[in-house]
Design a protein around this ligand. Structure first.
Ligand SMILES: Cc1cc2nc3c(=O)[nH]c(=O)nc-3n(C[C@H](O)[C@H](O)[C@H](O)COP(=O)(O)OP(=O)(O)OC[C@H]3O[C@@H](n4cnc5c(N)ncnc54)[C@H](O)[C@@H]3O)c2cc1C
Length: 726
C-alpha cells in the first residue's frame, strides 16, 4: 500500500537549507576533488557538490576513463601532489590494474575516503548545483538540489570553483565562455578549422567484457546499429576487447550538453552495434566474451570553456611558452577528435606530438568577468585546439590543487583570484611546490623552509653506472645514452659490448654535451673516440679526456656490424637511453661506467629546490651495495626551532606501479634530532607507501635532523627527492 503525499514544490525563500562556506567547489571529478582537498588542507571550510553518487567524474567506476597526463610521452613527468597521493593509495589497495576496463569501485572509495577524512569539507553527493545567484559580476550563492532526499540548498560562499566540465554554475553566473571551434586565423592555430563553428569533440560510453570460459551467444537488438564489415569501422582498432572503445563517440555535431540524453541512447545503439560486430561479423576472437558492464553516463570531452585573462593556445603549448604566473602544467599531445565521431570515416583521433611539457598560467583558471569564480578541468580558458591537450584528467587535477591553494590566498588577503595573481603569485607558486606539485622551471624559494640553509651529508650515495645485463641490443643503428656528469670531466667511458666477429671490430663513440636527458641530439659534439671490441663479452674503454660546461653528456655509438650493447631493464633516474623510435618512451639502460665516477645522486639534492628530474636527477639515492639503514643528515650552524618536517619519497613518477606498493618507496624510517650534543628519537613510521609525508611535531630545538631509512618496498636503495624543515 502506498500513501499519496502531495508533491512539495521547492521554491526560493522558505524551502532552501542555508549553508555558508569559504569556498564551494562544483563537480567531484578529479579536478574538483583535488581543489576541495587542497583548500581544506589550507584551513578553508569547503563544500564539494557533485551531481552523481560517486566521485571521480570520468575516471569513476560509472564512466571508467583511466587517469592520464604528461607522463604518456615524457619521462618523470607524472603529476604529483594530491593526485599522486590518490593514485598511489589506489594502486596500494586495488587488486586490478588502472586501465579503463579495470577501473572499479575501489577507486571511487579512495576518493570518497580522502574527501571525507578532511574535516574542512562537507560533501554533497547526488547534488546538482543548478544555478548561481549572481550580482554585479560576483556569485553570491548557488542553488543545489539533492537526489533521493528531496532537499534543496542555498550554498553561499566567498569563492567558487567550477570543476564540473559543463559549467552550469559558471554559465548561469554569466561567466564569458566559448563553445565550438575557433577559426584558424583567430589565434593563428594551424590545427584549427579554417572557419569557426559550433562543433566539439563528442561523448563516449565505455564497456567491459569478460572471458566466461565458454561460448557465449550475442544477438543484436533491433535498435542497435549494424557494422557489417571492418570497413564500416575504419581506423577504429577493435583488437582489444575487454575494455570499451573511446572511439564509440558521438555528439560533436549536435549540442553536447542539451542533447545529452539523445546522445546517450544513440551511443548505446553504437556500442551494441560494435559488440555485435566483434561477436558476429567475422572472427574477432570474441566467442567466449560477454558484455559484463555497460556505461550509462556518457563521458564528455568538451563543452563550455570559460574565459580567463589568458586563453591558452596551440602556440603556447608547442612553443612551451613560459608564464610568470605558471601554476600547473600539461604534457599530453594535441589530440583532436573529429566532431563526427563514430559516424565519420576519418581517423577518430588526430594526434599531434608536442615537444615537451608546457606551462599553464593562473590566468587560465579564473573567470575574466566573474570576480570570485575559478575553474579547473576541461572547462578552463583554452582554445578548442589547446583543449586537445589540456583536457587530461591529471592535468585537471593539478589545476584543481592550484586553485584550491589560490582560494586560501584569496581568503588570507581578502582578495579576488585576479588580485592574487597580480600581487601574490610567488607565494601561490611556492605553496603549490610545497604541497608536492611540480611547476616547470620553478624552484623552491620558500623562505620558511629551514632545510635550504642546512648542510646535508649522507651515509652513502649511488655511483652512476649500470653493470647488470638483462639483454643485448644489436648495433644496427645508432644507440646512445644521455646521463648527468657530476665531475665536469670524463677521462674515459666503459661500455659493456658483445662482439660476434672472430677477429673483433672497431667501434666509434661520439661524445657531446647535453642540457638534459631529453635532448635527442647533443647540444655540442665534443669528440669521437674509437676502441677495439674483441670477440665475446667485454667492457670496452673509450678514451674521452673531455671537460663539460653542461651537467649532462650525450654518448652515441655508431652502427657497427657484429656488435651488441648489453642492456639492463632497470631505469636510472635522469638517464635516457636513445635509439630508433620514440626515444622519450625508451626505458632501460645500456651498460656503462665512467672514469672518474659520476655521482649525481648525492644527499645535497634533497635541498636543491626541485623534487623530480629537471636538468639534473634532483634525488638522493644511497649506494645499493651498502645495507640499510641509510641516512641523511641536515645540520644547521646553530639550534633551530622545528615544528614540521616534510619528506618527498620516490614513487617512480616515470611509470605508475601496476598493483601494490612502489618498490622504490621508503617503507620504514625514523627521524631523530640532535640537541645539546645528544641525539634523540623523534618518530618512526612503519608502513609508508606515499611520496609526500608531512610530520607536524611538538616543536623541538635542534641543530641537526637525521632521516634514517630502514627499509623500502623492495629496492636495495634508499631514495628521497626532498626534505623540508619548518
Ligand atoms: C571516452 C573518453 C576517454 C578519455 N580518455 C582519457 C584518458 O585516457 N585519460 C585522461 O586523462 N582523460 C581522458 N579523457 C578526457 C577526460 O576524461 C576529461 O577531459 C576529464 O575527465 C575532465 O575532467 P573534469 O574534472 O573537468 O570533468 P569530469 O571528470 O567530467 O568531472 C566533472 C564532475 O562534475 C559533475 N557535475 C557536472 N555538472 C554538475 C553540476 N551542475 N552540479 C554538480 N556536479 C556536477 C559531474 O557529474 C562529474 O562528476 C577521456 C574522455 C572520454 C569521454
Amino acid at each position: 500500500m502506498s500513501i499519496g503525499i502531495p508533491l512539495r514544490l521547492m521554491s526560493e525563500g522558505d524551502e532552501f537549507e542555508e549553508k555558508r562556506y569559504d569556498l564551494t567547489v562544483i563537480g567531484g571529478g578529479l579536478s574538483g576533488v583535488c581543489a576541495a582537498i587542497s583548500a581544506a588542507r589550507h584551513g578553508l571550510k569547503v563544500s564539494l557538490v557533485n551531481d552523481r553518487p560517486v566521485l571521480g567524474g570520468n575516471s569513476s567506476s560509472e564512466i571508467r576513463v583511466s587517469v592520464g597526463g604528461a607522463d604518456h610521452d615524457f619521462r618523470w613527468a607524472r603529476e604529483s601532489g594530491i593526485v599522486e597521493e590518490l593514485r598511489i593509495e589506489d594502486r596500494y589497495r586495488n587488486h586490478e590494474s588502472a586501465s579503463n576496463a579495470k577501473i572499479n569501485s575501489r577507486w571511487d572509495m579512495v576518493l570518497w575516503e580522502y574527501v571525507k577524512r578532511e574535516d574542512g569539507i562537507d560533501l554533497y553527493l547526488n547534488t546538482t548545483a543548478r544555478e548561481a545567484v549572481a550580482k554585479d559580476g560576483r556569485i553570491e550563492s548557488v542553488l543545489a538540489y539533492q537526489l533521493g532526499n528531496e532537499r534543496a540548498y542555498r550554498i553561499a560562499s566567498d569563492l567558487y570553483i567550477d570543476a564540473s566540465g559543463d559549467g552550469q554554475v559558471a554559465f548561469s553566473a554569466g561567466a564569458e565562455y566559448r563553445m565550438g571551434r575557433e577559426s584558424r586565423d583567430e589565434f593563428g592555430e594551424s590545427l584549427a578549422p579554417e572557419r569557426s563553428d559550433k562543433k566539439t569533440m563528442g561523448s563516449s560510453l565505455m564497456f567491459r567484457a569478460v572471458d566466461t570460459g565458454r561460448p557465449v551467444r550475442f544477438e543484436r537488438p533491433d535498435w542497435a546499429r549494424e557494422y557489417r564489415t571492418d570497413q564500416d569501422l575504419p581506423f577504429r582498432s577493435h583488437r582489444r576487447l575487454d575494455a570499451g572503445h573511446w572511439w564509440i563517440e558521438l555528439g560533436g555535431t549536435s549540442d553536447v550538453i542539451h542533447d545529452n540524453e539523445e546522445i546517450r541512447d544513440e551511443l548505446l545503439a553504437c556500442l551494441f552495434g560494435v559488440w555485435d560486430h566483434v561477436k558476429n561479423k567475422g572472427d574477432h576472437g570474441a566467442e567466449r566474451l560477454a558484455l559484463d558492464w555497460i556505461g550509462s553516463v556518457p563521458g564528455k570531452r568538451e563543452s563550455r570553456r570559460f574565459m580567463g585573462d589568458h586563453i591558452l593556445t596551440q602556440d603556447d603549448i608547442e612553443l612551451r611558452r613560459g608564464f610568470p604566473d605558471v601554476v600547473a602544467y600539461g604534457g599530453w599531445p594535441i589530440d583532436l577528435h573529429p566532431p563526427d565521431g563514430i559516424g565519420g570515416k576519418q581517423i577518430p583521433a588526430d594526434i599531434h606530438a608536442i615537444p615537451g611539457i608546457y606551462q599553464i598560467p593562473f590566468r587560465c583558471l579564473f573567470s575574466r568577468n566573474v570576480e570570485n569564480l575559478m575553474m579547473a578541468g576541461r572547462n578552463i580558458s583554452v582554445t578548442h585546439v589547446a583543449l586537445g591537450s589540456t583536457r587530461l584528467i591529471a592535468t585537471g587535477a593539478v589545476e584543481g590543487q592550484a586553485v584550491g591553494a589560490a582560494a586560501y590566498l584569496c581568503r588570507k588577503y581578502g582578495k579576488t583570484p585576479k588580485e592574487v595573481c597580480q600581487d601574490h603569485i610567488e607565494e601561490l607558486q611556492q605553496l603549490i611546490l610545497r604541497d608536492d606539485c611540480y611547476l616547470p622551471n620553478t624552484r623552491n624559494r620558500d623562505p620558511g623552509d629551514l632545510a635550504r640553509q642546512a648542510k646535508v651529508t649522507s651515509s652513502s650515495d649511488m655511483v652512476l653506472e649500470e653493470t647488470t645485463p638483462d639483454s643485448y641490443v644489436a648495433l644496427d643503428s645508432e644507440l646512445g645514452l644521455n646521463f648527468p656528469v657530476s665531475t665536469g670531466y670524463l677521462e674515459s667511458i666503459d661500455l659493456h659490448l658483445r662482439c660476434s666477429s672472430p677477429s673483433g671490430v672497431e667501434a666509434s663513440l661520439t661524445l657531446g654535451t647535453a642540457n638534459n636527458w631529453d635532448d635527442k641530439e647533443p647540444t655540442e659534439e665534443l669528440l669521437t673516440s674509437r676502441a677495439f671490441v674483441p670477440r665475446g663479452d667485454s667492457w670496452v674503454t673509450f678514451d674521452t679526456d673531455a671537460r663539460f660546461e653542461t651537467d649532462y653528456c650525450s654518448i652515441r655509438l655508431d652502427p657497427g656490424p657484429d656488435i651488441e650493447w648489453a642492456m639492463s631493464a632497470r631505469n636510472l633516474i635522469g638517464v635516457q637511453r636513445t635509439g630508433p623510435g620514440d626515444f622519450k618512451k625508451l626505458r632501460g639502460t645500456y651498460l656503462f661506467k665512467t672514469v672518474p665516477e659520476s655521482r649525481p645522486y648525492g644527499g645535497e639534492n634533497v635541498i636543491n629546490g626541485v623534487a623530480r628530474p629537471e636538468g639534473w636527477p634532483n634525488i638522493w639515492i644511497s649506494d645499493p651495495r651498502q645495507q640499510f639503514p641509510q641516512s641523511l643528515q641536515l645540520s644547521f650552524q646553530e639550534d633551530r626551532r622545528i615544528r614540521q618536517i616534510r619528506l618527498t619519497f620516490d614513487t617512480d613518477i616515470d611509470r605508475l606501479v601496476d598493483i601494490g606498493p612502489v618498490p622504490q618507496c621508503v617503507r620504514t624510517y625514523s627521524l631523530s634530532y640532535r640537541t645539546g650534543g645528544e641525539w634523540l628519537d623523534l618518530l618512526r613510521v612503519d608502513e609508508n607507501h606515499h611520496r609526500l609525508v608531512v610530520h607536524d611535531l611538538d616543536p623541538v630545538s635542534a641543530d641537526s635532523v637525521r632521516v634514517n631509512v630502514l627499509e623500502t618496498w623492495g629496492s636495495p636503495r634508499a631514495s628521497i627527492y626532498e626534505v623540508r624543515i619548518y
